[in-house]
Design a binder for this molecule. Structure first.
Ligand code: GDP
Ligand code: GDP
Length: 435
């Protein structure tokens, strides 16, 4: 998902002119959708290495120009709900108006990044017109001429600078994280460590709504939702600590997550229950991080990590795609690293690869290692496309799906994983006969 930038301002300040200037080289994305007005209200823009979706909120104004305050409110509401960044556009020819001041107050009540911009500064001689607007009490105002292009590059520089960084994880809604594992493995400890002690006081009433059970939190720009957090704590309180309940609990929260954090006990290593949970994570197509907890209690030498890794890989075959980290929820060791890994696998989980890049790569992979004859036929792959994300799912059009051995499927999955950085997420390929 691209970040969204909205242009807000009174009618006639030049919003649609500025919109068109920024979009100009790119096609508006909603152009051919039925039921959408022909106005180009949404468009894709890019500048430098950043791309973003631009909204001209003026395009959503009711035709009547009388209801100015209501219409501005709606426009601003839209911008606040949809946008990561707001360009507040004013008219340098008219000067600062009371309506501008009202918009300013509305915008400031929320905490969206704002860029103050004064339009219709068509030549350097007009620059002085901008001074007036500093009475709004802002540090920086960008003079532009939407119709002549003056100042627009500087504005674009500022937009790309102010946009949230960090790719899709930041722009998407929260990463939904399920913390799973056997009783006593350290789930509550990990959660408490991550949330900080004060969050322990968060509502613990039984039977509260799902929202109360899930716990949102953020670290810098990264937003998460811990699934069923209060549930984990409550179970503890009432002493319901049986293994089988733990598995049912895990299955329920895995069902609702993007990323499963599977905690393992360093002394038990991989139990049958862990393997079942692991199988479920894979089957459900969830991204996964495996964390061996209580690492502070383990006597280590320089082969310990290797030995553990091998045993875990052996016991959790379904989760071969998941990175492993050795942590201590008690001391905090590598808890931050666990979060970094969660971000990484979440990014992979929702990543999309362009069709032409994908096909060039798959063609090469097939040339390097062509399918063997299987069931009397040699498989041929004509075309591959990514059909969906979460998990990344590909459709390969072939001469005959039966001619593709599952080991060949695995080869392709591994190649795609390596080349396009799909670490930590399952990948699916469906083979379809070319129609
Ligand atoms: P909106 O209602 O905010 O979308 O404003 P428009 O983009 O429709 O522009 C309103 C009027 O201002 C039009 O007549 C534009 O030609 C004019 N306009 C827009 N940008 C500029 C500019 O940079 N300089 C001058 N002089 N006029 C502009
Ligand atoms: P849960 O049942 O999975 O939520 O596990 P808890 O978080 O309640 O932890 C069970 C026990 O293990 C508690 O006594 C914790 O203090 C302890 N524990 C949790 N994490 C660690 C750790 O990293 N190191 C050590 N030494 N003890 C831990």
């Amino acid at each position: 998902m691209n970040p969204v930038v909205a242009i807000v301002g009174r009618p006639n300040v030049g919003k649609s002119t500025l919109f068109n200037r920024i979009i100009r080289t790119r096609k508006a994305i909603v152009e051919d959708e039925p039921g959408v007005t022909r106005d180009r209200n949404y468009g894709e823009a890019s500048w430098g290495d950043r791309s973003f979706t631009l909204i001209d909120t003026g395009g959503f104004e009711p035709v009547s120009r009388e209801r100015l305050p209501a219409q501005i409110r709606e426009q601003i509401q839209l911008a606040i709900e949809e946008a990561d960044l707001i360009i507040f556009l004013m008219d340098g020819k008219e000067g600062l108006t009371p309506a501008d001041e009202e918009i300013d107050r509305l915008l400031r009540a929320h905490h969206k990044p704002l860029i103050y911009t004064v339009n219709k500064i068509d030549s350097p001689q007009h620059e002085a017109r901008v001074f007036d607007f500093y009475s709004l009490g802002v540090d920086r105002i960008f003079p532009v001429s939407a119709s002549h292009g003056y100042g627009v590059e500087e504005l674009l520089d500022e937009i790309t600078r102010a946009l949230p960084r960090g790719g899709p994880v930041v722009d998407e809604e929260r990463i939904r994280v399920a913390v799973v594992g056997r009783p006593n493995v350290g789930k509550s400890s990990w959660i408490n460590r991550v949330l900080g002690q004060e969050r322990l006081l968060v509502d613990d009433r039984p039977g509260t709504t799902r929202d109360a059970i899930d716990t949102p939190f953020a670290i810098g720009p990264r937003k998460y939702l811990l699934i069923d957090t209060a549930g984990i704590r409550r179970k503890k309180k009432i002493g319901l600590r049986l293994e089988k309940y733990a598995v049912v609990e895990a299955l329920k929260s895995i069902d609702r997550c993007d990323v499963a954090l599977l905690l393992l006990d360093p002394f038990e290593k991989v139990t049958e229950q862990d393997a079942r949970i692991g199988g479920f994570i894979q089957e459900k197509g969830r991204a996964c991080v495996i964390a061996v907890n209580k690492w502070d209690q383990v006597k280590k030498d320089n082969t310990t990590v290797k030995t553990y890794t091998e045993e875990i890989r052996q016991g959790l075959k379904h989760l071969a795609y998941a990175p492993i980290v050795f942590i201590s929820a008690l001391t905090g060791q590598r808890v931050r690293k666990t979060l970094d890994l969660i971000d990484q696998v979440a990014t992979a989980h929702q990543k999309r690869v362009g069709t032409s890049l994908l096909n060039t790569f798959v063609r090469e992979a097939v040339e390097r290692f062509p399918p063997r004859v299987h069931r009397g036929k040699r498989g041929k792959i004509y075309f591959v496309t990514q059909a969906s994300t979460k998990p990344p799912t590909f459709v390969a059009f072939v001469n005959d799906p039966d001619a593709i051995h599952f080991s060949y499927e695995r080869y392709l999955i591994n190649q795609i994983r390596e080349r396009f950085d799909f670490q930590g997420t399952p990948i699916r390929i469906y083979f379809r006969p070319r129609g």
